[in-house]
Design a protein around this ligand. Structure first.
Ligand SMILES: Nc1ncnc2c1ncn2[C@@H]1O[C@H](COP(=O)(O)OP(=O)(O)O)[C@@H](O)[C@H]1O
Ligand SMILES: [Mg+2]
Length: 348
């Protein structure tokens, strides 16, 4: 009776041991067990396949035969470190690890380490996964991204060049125009084209093609506009404050055109008869996650008879239209100082 019970228990134990052996043997990743001296004590089928050795060739060998030469010295030192402070962890966190096959080939791996207490002392169980496919895929995505970046840069570059050609064409046309009003119109059209070209130049030169560094854009726009109206720049104290504002491309072109109109108006109308004064250009992040763009001057102020909402002139019509296009709200202060301010939402 008792014998039969013992036998049954032994059978059950054997069965469960066999099940574990099989689980290890046919695991989808390579499993190696090494002792503290670095000798391989057990490997599974996938380890044979992955490293290209027969089991008999690996058992009793130093585990370093599976490590490419340049990493071997480091490996034995790390192994000593692991046994000094044994805990389950991924091997070589943050470093690229490689395995060495019998035929001399190397391949990228990921390795998990588990210390196991046995009667013969501490051993370490290493699970090794070949990550060649993943690495290849990562590289493919990286290459595709680089290509996309190059392409985007190229597109911004070409848009900028084409706009510069339009600018030059308009410039050539001014040569044969005598009428002052027509000349003024041509000049303003040129500036509009130029401010768009500058936005694209800023994008082409930046390392993030999704956002325009508006401060850089303003730094080139303001002197260009002053030059275009033939104004002595020493008459004005211009302050630009747009340091931490980066605009997504869909808002950047409208904002660039708005600012172009507002600065042009300030220069053209704000300070007649050689007067001087202050011009403030700001782009700041608003409290609601949006942004605030404003241009102010302490010049003569907007004429009292100017009906802003029913403006018949192109400049203010453009400002209203573009503000609307970016979902912005325009507020205007007529004088002391004159200020145009646009609050608009920003999707990033
Ligand atoms: N900053 C300013 N200071 C004084 N007047 C301004 C200012 N901005 C606009 N104005 C007035 O608003 C008018 C309309 O401007 P706008 O629509 O840009 O047309 P334009 O500049 O061609 O005259 C201007 O003619 C000018 O009288
Ligand atoms: Mg104008």
């Amino acid at each position: 009776m008792e014998d039969e019970f013992l036998e049954r228990a032994e059978q059950a134990l054997r069965k469960s041991e066999e099940r574990f052996r099989r689980a290890v043997e046919y695991a989808p990743y390579a499993i190696l067990m090494t002792n503290e001296a670095g000798r391989i004590e057990m490997v599974n089928a996938q380890a044979e396949r992955l490293f290209g050795y027969d089991r008999s060739e690996l058992l009793g060998q130093q585990v370093e035969v599976l490590v490419p030469q340049p990493l071997r010295v480091g490996h034995s030192a790390m192994r000593a470190g692991f046994f000094h402070e044994p805990q389950s962890r991924p091997m070589g966190a943050g470093r690229d690890l490689f395995g060495l096959r019998k035929d001399g080939g190397t391949f990228p791996v990921e390795i998990g380490l588990n210390p196991i207490e046995t009667e013969e002392g501490m051993v370490v169980l290493a699970a090794v996964i070949d990550i060649s496919d993943r690495k290849r895929e990562e590289e493919r995505i990286r290459d595709a991204l680089k290509e996309k970046d190059l392409l985007l840069g190229e597109i911004h570059h070409r848009v900028k060049n084409n706009l510069q050609i339009i600018h030059s064409l308009l410039s050539l046309q001014t040569a044969s125009v005598r009428d002052e009003v027509a000349l003024g119109m041509l000049r303003e059209s040129q500036n509009r084209v130029l401010s768009m070209a500058l936005i694209h130049r800023t994008l082409y030169q930046s390392n993030d093609f999704a956002k325009v560094d508006f401060a850089t854009f303003l730094d080139s726009l303001v002197p260009t506009l002053i030059g275009s109206y033939g104004i002595d720049s020493s008459r004005f104290a211009v302050s630009v404050d747009a340091d931490d504002a980066r605009l997504p491309i869909n808002a950047a072109v409208p904002c660039g055109l708005i600012v172009n109109e507002l600065i042009s108006n300030t220069l053209k109308h704000g300070f007649p008869q050689g007067r001087g004064g202050k011009i403030d250009i700001r782009l700041a992040n608003g409290k609601d996650g949006g942004a605030v763009l404003s241009v102010s001057d302490d010049g003569v102020g907007l004429p009292d008879n100017l009906d802003i909402d029913n403006s018949t002139t192109l400049g203010l019509q453009l400002v209203t239209l573009l503000a609307d296009q970016i979902g912005g709200k325009l507020t205007i202060r007529r004088r002391d100082p004159t200020r145009f301010e646009i609050h608009f939402p920003m999707e990033t």
